[in-house]
Ligand binder design. Sequence first.
Ligand code: CA
Length: 233
Amino acid sequence: MTARILIVEDEEPLTLLLRYNLEAEGYEVETSARGDEAEIRLKESPPDLLVLDWMLPGMSGIELCRRLRARAATERMPIIMLTARGEESERVRGLSTGADDYIVKPFSVPELLARIRSLLRRARPERVASVLGAGDLELNREKKRVSRAGREVHLGPTEFRLLEFLMQSPGRVYTREQLLDGVWGREIYIDERTVDVHVGRLRRALNRGRASDPIRTVRGAGYSFDERFGKTA
Ligand code: CA
């Protein structure tokens, strides 16, 4: 069963970006651009997780969050707050109103996705796959282990995160920049060629003597996890 996420955000481009990425991850997405409208919807049918902007027309995210926590039906609903950069006191207030987590704009989408997964895992462990599999390859998120044809594959932490990131969206092509952003984090400034080095290491560890390579190089674009991997004879 898939998780339902409500995004309450009045910046339409951001709402569209989040909807696109969350749907690509398999979530069911609803959106609202006003705090007061969101409150009515939340009373009618509470989602599994709420992504809530701080500054909203109708009612602020803070106020909405406070009200949700005061009601039994939404008292424990996972809430991630979106806040503007740099206002430390506001961040603290955000958490004291009862948000489970906050993320500062501008943020990287993969980072938000990771926070969403971790909150959902806490709230509803059965809804987030802890094991990703394709063909003879298996990645266990909790145990941080990878195996191929039943044998353990030893990966460094960066190669593990890289594989996990690619396996989450088979067939989707990521540029080196997107991979740096999603796997290394946007605060770290390293050369894009570093991505090639780590993809090379990942491939060597995964493929040892095997013909089939789950990682696809897309010339002029970047890399993806081959969605046909393990599906063709
Ligand atoms: Ca706003």
